[in-house]
Design a protein around this ligand. Structure first.
Ligand SMILES: C[S@@+](CC[C@H](N)C(=O)[O-])C[C@H]1O[C@@H](n2cnc3c(N)ncnc32)[C@H](O)[C@@H]1O
Length: 222
């Protein structure tokens, strides 16, 4: 089985059946926007934009935004909303974060929220390398990773070290890799400055069931 294909297929299904599933703007993104403004960044990539909650927040804050996702349905929902709301500073694309079509040194910053960790460890390293490649020198990524402290760690079928499939309701076909700070230090070794923030996300789904995600937010400068 191709886990990448399954990954894409699962999100297509989620967005086709449920439309927008994420609405709230997370602390991680509010903090990122504050930093991007302080650093006077201009062009931001929202990598794994889904239906665009963070894309619109970035655009509202005056950045030129490129937003991409592997799910065509997710991008189409975001695009339609952008047209309805009259945004002129957003460019959308269908992209695989493990093999991006953007040239080297394209962006001041890459925001990638709730997207890393879908896949195997080698996939995660590929996407970190891709982010490094497309960032300008002095550019920054803000991204987050589910850790081995997460309540779903160990749930489902183990398909590789720290990698499980079937443990997350709604994402049954998507493999998830669980990481920790030492592992991330190694994966971000090509960046010149990296900081790690422990974060607990909690949210209620449409059935009012509370979910907890134990994550590490990485802020890394090229
Ligand atoms: C939990 S959603 C988060 C969406 C958005 N970042 C947000 O915070 O609302 C995860 C997203 O990652 C996208 N995704 C998964 N694998 C991907 C890949 N290989 N390349 C690009 N996007 C991917 C999915 O299609 C989905 O939209």
């Amino acid at each position: 089985m191709s886990y990448k294909t399954e990954n894409n297929g699962s999100w297509e299904k989620i967005y086709s059946e449920q439309g927008e599933v994420q609405h709230e703007i997370l602390n991680t993104v509010v903090e990122a926007v504050r930093i991007f403004k302080d650093k006077k960044y201009h062009h931001i990539l929202d990598l794994g934009c889904g239906t665009g909650r963070n894309t619109f927040y970035l655009a509202q804050n005056g950045f030129q935004v490129t937003a991409c996702d592997i799910s065509e349905t997710g991008v189409n929902i975001a695009k339609k909303k952008a047209d309805e709301l009259g945004y002129k500073n957003i460019y959308f694309g269908i992209e695989d974060m493990y093999d991006l079509s953007y040239p080297d040194i394209s962006f001041d910053a890459v925001l990638c929220v709730w997207t890393q960790g879908h896949g195997m460890r080698s996939d995660m390293q590929k996407s970190i390398n891709e982010i490094h490649r497309i960032l300008k020198p002095g550019g920054m990524t803000v991204t987050d990773f589910v850790t081995i402290e997460d309540p779903t760690f160990g749930v489902g079928e183990k398909i590789a070290d720290n990698t499980f499939i079937g443990g997350r309701p709604g994402e049954e076909n998507i493999p998830h890799y669980y990481t920790n700070e030492d592992d991330l230090k190694s994966m971000f070794r090509n960046f010149s400055f990296v900081s790690f923030i422990d974060r607990t996300y909690s949210f209620k789904d449409d059935n009012k069931i509370e979910h907890i995600i134990k994550a590490i937010v990485v802020q890394a400068v090229k």
